[in-house]
Design a protein around this ligand. Sequence first.
Ligand code: HEM
Length: 141
Amino acid sequence: MLSKHEKELLVIIWDKMSLIAEDIGSEALLRMFTVFPKTKTYFAHLDISPRSPHLLSHGKKIVLAIADGARNIDSLTTTLAPLSALHAYQLRIDPTNFKLLSHCLLVTLAAKMADEFTAVSHAATDKFLSAFSAVLAEKYR
Ligand code: HEM
């Protein structure tokens, strides 16, 4: 589904984003909480105000997990198995929410990367986040 070029591009993009993982992840989360307020219910036990330590550390975890996925794109199911089990069985996140966060991640990348976020990068990222989300939602089937 993803070409060799797209896979290489994704590793470059997410390695770069890993350097500013706190910023990218917390911005994406904040966008999700603002645009889709119901998503906040899952984080009632954390302080999710802008730039709070929890928001930054959780944002960082998300970006690093995605970067790890980008480096292991041909074995996403096994790479993400623990994360998938966590979201399905422990956290019980409704799978529709993965699309919401993916969208907010895409918007955040577009805002941060500006001209560097080309149509090719956009399409590759969109496909990758869909695949990533599908694996995270796999355990619900
Ligand atoms: C925890 C990644 C989507 C809610 C986590 C953790 C990671 C992660 C890496 C930490 C796991 C650990 O500590 O071992 C991701 C990725 C996502 C995603 C990459 C999608 C691309 C979502 C969505 C929601 C959600 C859509 C809810 C709307 C949570 C919650 C926790 C968590 C509540 C636990 C937070 C805590 O108590 O510290 N996620 N997640 N996640 N995730 Fe996700």
